[in-house]
Design a protein around this ligand. Structure first.
Ligand code: FPP
Length: 248
């Protein structure tokens, strides 16, 4: 049976798409609604996208930036709402993930999450660990600099016990200590809402990612928009520091 990566390559798709779901607050404000209504609509957009990516597109890996390590600075009521929304989302979607072959993993520091959500995530990760149709990674309490520091700590600890030799550590060896261990780097990173920055998201893994920015606010981001991003990706020439096809 072909692996996830082989299936993606055969379809000419990016193997891994990472999405910064931005603009929920502005979507709500434009309708005179509270920010929480924007997050609720954002969760429905995420649901549509996951379903489309797995069932229709056959995308092997999808990463969603749901809550950053810096998002704790938001008003307590909004943070609490988002934690409950994510908890409810995973609770509601778990049966579908199991049925549809979606494997859920989480990037970020689970230690900082409310106990209930951490336990919900742990059980969902365990219940879906053998699935291989779509690998869905949700970044939760995630910051790329924090992830890199955690990876350094793990690598240092492995070196101190002799499990690895410091001199043998190279980029691929280091990447095994990141939260994304086992996942390919994102080929395509999409950010909605017109902001053009990475905001501490997958800084190591983004080294050669193609970036796509759209003004669409996250709750309005549709499968058709994802297809537009993929189509833009398919028209890029990726050189990875080389000279590309015409100069070879
Ligand atoms: C950014 O919009 C969005 C977030 C910080 C939260 C992302 C959460 C969701 C899309 C819903 C839940 C996700 C899943 C996977 C179920 P913003 O609030 O920063 O918007 P603004 O920049 O317009 O204020």
């Amino acid at each position: 049976m072909p692996t996830l990566i082989e299936r993606g390559r055969a379809a000419g798709l990016p193997q891994h798409v990472a999405l910064v779901m931005d603009g929920n607050g502005r979507w709500a404000a434009a309708r005179g609604l509270p920010r929480t209504a924007g997050h609720q609509a954002g969760a429905r957009a995420a649901e549509r996208l996951i379903r489309f990516a797995g069932r229709r597109l056959g995308l092997p890996y999808l990463t969603l930036f749901a809550f950053s390590a810096e998002n704790w600075k938001r008003p307590a009521a909004e943070v609490e709402f988002l934690m409950d929304l994510l908890d409810q989302f995973i609770e509601e979607k778990l049966a579908e993930f199991v049925r549809e072959g979606v494997r859920l993993t989480v990037l970020g520091d689970p230690g900082g999450l409310p106990d209930r959500l951490r336990e919900r995530v742990r059980r969902a990760v365990e219940a879906t660990e053998r699935n291989d149709r779509l690998h869905l990674a949700i970044a939760l309490n995630y910051g790329a600099r924090q992830e890199i520091v955690r990876a350094c700590q793990r690598a240092a600890s492995a070196a101190s016990t002799g499990a690895i030799a410091v001199d043998d550590l190279d980029p691929a060896g280091f990447a095994r200590f990141l939260d994304t261990n086992g996942m390919p780097d994102p080929d395509l990173m999409v950010r909605t809402s017109g902001e053009m920055r990475l905001s501490n998201f997958l800084l190591w893994q983004a080294a050669y990612a193609e970036l796509y920015f759209t003004k669409t606010l996250w709750p309005d981001f549709t499968p058709a928009e994802l297809l537009a991003a993929v189509s833009s990706y398919q028209n890029r020439e990726r050189r990875f520091g080389g000279v590309g096809g015409s100069g070879a």
